[in-house]
Ligand binder design. Structure first.
Ligand SMILES: *[C@@H]1O[C@H](CO)[C@@H](O)[C@H](O)[C@H]1NC(C)=O
Ligand SMILES: *[C@@H]1O[C@H](CO)[C@@H](O)[C@H](O)[C@H]1NC(C)=O
Length: 205
């Protein structure tokens, strides 16, 4: 009897653990947020430099109280399908804990049902060159995603923008080439100056 109770209890416990932990699927989320972002379609944003303004609000044509469990919103930069092709490490998986689409978190803030929520965020330096859109997740008090909104359509094909990474190597190459050209200009003037003086010296002789 005690053993049976224990077995039932442990079965129930493991079932609860498996349903409440890490198995939220993207397809189970409702699209209730309307999200817009400042980049124009095709605009190129520089990582570590350019800022993106994200505005989000609840779609007011939905039933009231649909957002009663929303506590926070998380703003994420997500790879478009073009930039996921042949790259397993950016793959879309329906189980959100395994999904690699929206790896780059831009920011978070408490959820409000105001119509003018807006946040300006810098594109982090570690964001690689790719084509992106922005998705905002609404999370409940257990920090589980319950709803979302995004700047693109369901096929993730429209209204995409680019991020261009600035790698350290390029920056130092740029600095090196600037130094080199400054050096060449200075030495060119130096040569002219010396040659002129030589010519003058010859003339006066
Ligand atoms: C808001 O929700 C309604 C009802 O589901 C839907 O028809 C409409 O397209 C949504 N609006 C936006 C801008 O997503
Ligand atoms: C949104 O509107 C409210 C009320 O008009 C105002 O108090 C608040 O500062 C606004 N927030 C933003 C982010 O513009």
């Amino acid at each position: 009897m005690a053993i049976q109770a224990f077995l039932v209890a442990s079965f129930v416990f493991s079932w609860l653990a498996s349903t409440s932990n890490g198995v939220t699927t993207f397809s189970s989320l409702q699209q209730t947020l309307i999200v817009t972002a400042s980049p124009h379609p095709g605009q190129v944003m520089k990582a570590g430099e350019d800022k993106i303004t994200v505005t989000w609000s609840l779609n007011t044509s939905l039933q009231t109280g649909i957002d009663s469990t929303y506590k926070t919103v998380k703003i994420k930069l997500c790879y478009s399908p073009i930039s996921q092709k042949d790259r397993g490490w950016r793959k879309t998986v329906d189980i959100l804990a395994k999904d690699k689409t929206c790896q780059h978190k831009m920011g978070a803030q408490p959820y409000t049902n105001a119509s003018n929520n807006s946040l300006t965020l810098i594109v982090q330096r570690d964001v690689p060159t790719a084509t992106y859109f922005i998705r905002v997740y609404a999370c409940n008090s257990a920090d589980e995603e319950v709803a979302y909104g995004q700047t693109t359509d369901t096929k993730k094909g429209s209204n995409l923008f680019e991020v261009r990474a600035i790698s350290g190597r390029h920056t130092s190459l740029d600095i090196a080439s600037v130094c080199f050209s400054t050096f060449s200009v200075v030495s060119l003037f130096g040569f002219f100056f010396i040659e002129k003086r030589k010519a003058k010296a010859l003339q006066t002789k």
